[in-house]
Design a protein around this ligand. Structure first.
Ligand code: FE2
Length: 271
């Protein structure tokens, strides 16, 4: 990891924590990584931290203890009652902002990083190949404009299936934000870049958990869904080849413009 440019604010973004292997990877690998990288702020997508679907107070606590300042989410954050309760009571646990009025929890917040630096975090969910929601483009831009009254440092977690939707959104708000980081597909992409207006972008930061199966699931359970699509879902998590996946964004603190983005994957040594 290149060292942090002088004066820059460094944000570490960790991709989708999947079940116990993902939580364990964060607990074992993240504290040392944050120290070595001289990180100022850490965002973790935790929507699949509880048994591969949803989040709970126990997994959220583990991720905060590992170094998260904020936990973002997606289509599964509110899957469990305890996830809904958590999102209601903890302002550091976000669910997508473009969900209908009356949905538990909140989709954005502004948080203290280091002295004098506040970071806005906005969570959105895409509409391609996902259940219908409010428009992430118009909702997102309106909220970004509100957040900019408080800070130019704004990181967006755009949780979506389609590459084009994520990149189109990033170009739509380039110049207004620090980064648009994609989550949800569980596969890390190699397209990290700083766009013309100063927004760091990456289609997907990838999954933190076992890479031995199919995007977190045991291979035979993932296969069952395709071979016997209407014969019930099995959802056991894969084991082995556990990795912490993410990206590091360096930004100019005064302007909120990104200076660089670097992706990383760290492997958890086998026990
Ligand atoms: Fe998801």
């Amino acid at each position: 990891m290149p060292s942090k440019p002088a004066g820059a604010l460094r944000v570490v973004f960790v991709g989708d924590i999947f079940g116990t292997p993902g939580v364990k990877a964060a607990e074992r690998l993240l504290p040392g990584f944050l120290r070595a990288a001289a990180a100022d702020f850490c965002i973790i997508n935790g929507e699949n931290s509880e048994q591969g679907k949803g989040i709970s107070p126990v997994t959220a606590r583990a991720l905060f203890d590992a170094g998260a300042d904020v936990i973002t989410g997606g289509n599964h954050t509110l899957f469990r009652d305890k996830g809904q309760e958590l999102a209601e009571r903890d302002v550091r646990v976000l669910r997508p902002a473009n969900l209908p009025e009356g949905t538990p929890g909140r989709g954005w917040g502004i948080f203290d990083a280091r002295a004098g630096c506040r970071v806005g975090v906005l969570n959105l969910v895409g509409r391609a190949m996902l259940p219908p929601t409010d428009d992430p483009f118009r909702v997102g831009k309106r909220l970004i404009e509100e957040m900019r009254a408080e800070t130019p440092l704004i990181i967006v977690d755009f949780h979506a299936e389609a590459t084009a939707e994520k990149l189109a959104f990033a170009r739509w708000v380039d110049g207004l934000i620090t980064a648009v980081i994609g989550t949800h597909t569980h596969v890390q992409t190699a397209d990290e870049q700083v766009l013309d207006g100063g927004a760091a972008y990456m289609t997907d930061v990838g999954m933190t958990g076992s890479h031995a199966g199919v995007i977190g699931l045991k291979t035979e359970h993932a296969l069952h869904r395709f071979l016997h699509p209407m014969a019930g879902n099995k959802s056991g998590g894969a084991e082995g080849d556990v990795r912490l996946s993410g990206a590091v964004v360096d930004a100019q603190a005064q302007t909120g413009r990104a200076l660089a983005i670097h992706r990383f994957q760290l492997r958890l040594p086998e026990e």
